[in-house]
Design a protein around this ligand. Structure first.
Ligand code: PLP
Length: 443
């Protein structure tokens, strides 16, 4: 097919996510390899977004492709009530990577379903109904997951499901608590969480659901002691701690799971994206022994036709093996520490519009401002249309030079595959350097 034919079918028949259908013109993509994808004119783009921050292992990894082909020849599908070799192996490998007391996996088709089912488990385990989630969060677009989501994507879906209460998580650069130091931010954020629990009624709260490192809402790395504090508060009130690692897990933060960086064990971890780099739809919930025990004699009231799909599970098994054999988690940490962090610090030195650089592993954000002293964002929160102009111009300036960035409100995120080479990062940062001149013009 030609690019024009691909576009014609797309425009006539594909209904796209999160879009005004008449205002978009999706790029027809022909192929991909490693850190790049290309269109029908063979224009190559360096994928600094890893698609939707999911292609952790890079595009078209030959071993992963072969593992899917092998499984397809063996057994494409078998319903979840049967035992299956790849399903069991994937569950075992994932549990072995997770903190010690998380030993069972419920498979889903993606991240939203993982959060839906984690909440259901927490409610069943505690006999309580409320879920606390942060305002700066995204947990998926199914019913309960979009209700738990704190960002503006929730607004258009209201009225949503019931039972979610939002609270403020830490965000040192724009602290809602007026903190001066990260330590003070931790203390105040934890006090706010405790107060929210007390005023909502601890006996009504099933779960605290947080992204370990907040993703789409700004790569907010928790300040020292925050996650440990959340763990202690959950323990004190008998609340289930759910860590959403859909975006932060599987190497993205230079760890298998982001919680590993702080040595904290949640009760449930939700995952998707990086588990198999999205080569096939897969997500899930990793479950603590205590919560699994709740459902030993009592049925778990949930299920999916494709839960633990053999093709998807085979791809997870192969992906985890590749991660281990190629040292991809360690590589992601090294790239973050030695290449991205110093590279972005240089950009911040050169461009006044860069208000803050933050991140870890291959998960970074540049927060752009009109004024460093006042921290006025380059475009307002939930900017759209003309207000987003500077960000659209900046993204276009990147794409013209072969870089595919991820931009959201007043931020540019740098999230290449975990396998990205140091030279590829430097190539991308050089393009970003020129594109940031656009943002500086609005400073
Ligand atoms: N949770 C987080 C932190 C995410 O970033 C996302 C997607 O971006 C989701 C959940 C939803 O995952 P999915 O789109 O696979 O349903």
């Amino acid at each position: 097919m030609t690019a024009a034919e691909v576009s014609a079918d797309d425009r006539a028949h594909v209904f796209h996510s999160w879009s005004a259908q008449g205002l978009i013109n999706p790029l027809p993509v022909k192929g991909a390899s490693g850190s790049y994808f290309w269109d029908y004119e063979d224009t190559k783009y360096l994928d600094f977004a890893s698609q939707l921050v999911n292609v952790n292992i890079g595009h078209q990894h030959p071993r992963l492709v072969a593992a899917i082909q092998e499984q397809a020849a063996q057994l494409c599908t078998i319903q979840p009530a049967f035992a299956n070799d790849k399903r069991g192996e994937a569950a075992r490998l994932i549990s072995e990577l997770a903190p010690e007391n998380l030993n069972k996996v419920f498979f889903t088709n993606g991240g939203a379903e993982a959060n839906e089912n984690a909440i259901r488990m927490a409610r069943g385990h505690t006999g309580r109904h409320k879920v606390l989630a942060t305002y700066r969060s995204y947990h998926g677009s199914t019913s309960t997951a979009i209700t738990a989501t704190g960002d503006p994507r929730r607004w258009a879906n209201e009225p949503t499901a019931v039972g979610v209460v939002h609270f403020w998580g830490p965000y040192p650069y724009r602290s809602p608590f007026y903190s001066q130091t990260p330590e003070q931010e931790t203390e105040r954020a934890l006090r706010h969480l405790r107060d929210t629990i007390v005023f909502e009624g601890a006996g009504t709260i099933a779960a605290v659901l947080i992204e370990t490192v907040v993703g789409t809402n700004g790569i907010l790395v928790p300040p020292p002691g925050y996650l440990r504090g959340v763990r202690e508060i959950c323990d004190a009130y008998g609340i289930v701690f759910i860590a959403d690692e859909v975006m932060a897990g599987f190497g993205r933060c230079g760890e298998w799971f982001a919680v590993d960086r702080w040595g904290v064990a949640p009760d449930l971890i939700t995952f998707a994206k990086g588990v198999n780099s999205g080569y096939l739809p897969l997500g899930g919930v990793i479950i603590s022994d205590e919560i699994a025990e709740t459902f030993r004699e009592r049925p778990f009231p949930g299920g999916l036709t494709y839960s633990g799909h053999p093709l998807a599970c085979a791809s997870a098994v192969a992906s985890i093996e590749i991660f281990k054999e190629e040292g991809i988690v360690e590589h992601a940490r090294m790239i973050g520490d030695d290449v991205i962090a110093p590279g972005l610090a240089e950009l911040a030195d050169r461009h006044p519009s860069v208000g803050e650089v933050r991140g870890l592993g291959v998960f970074w954000a540049l927060e752009l401002v009109r004024d460093r002293a006042t921290r006025e964002p380059l475009v307002p929160f939930n900017a759209s249309g003309s207000a987003a102009g500077p960000m659209n111009e900046l993204a276009a300036a990147c794409r013209e030079r072969g870089l595919w960035p991820f931009t959201h409100f007043n931020r540019v995120h740098v999230a290449p595959p975990c396998t990205v080479a140091a030279d590829e990062v430097r190539e991308g940062l050089a393009v970003l350097d020129r594109a940031l001149d656009v943002a500086d013009r609005y400073y």
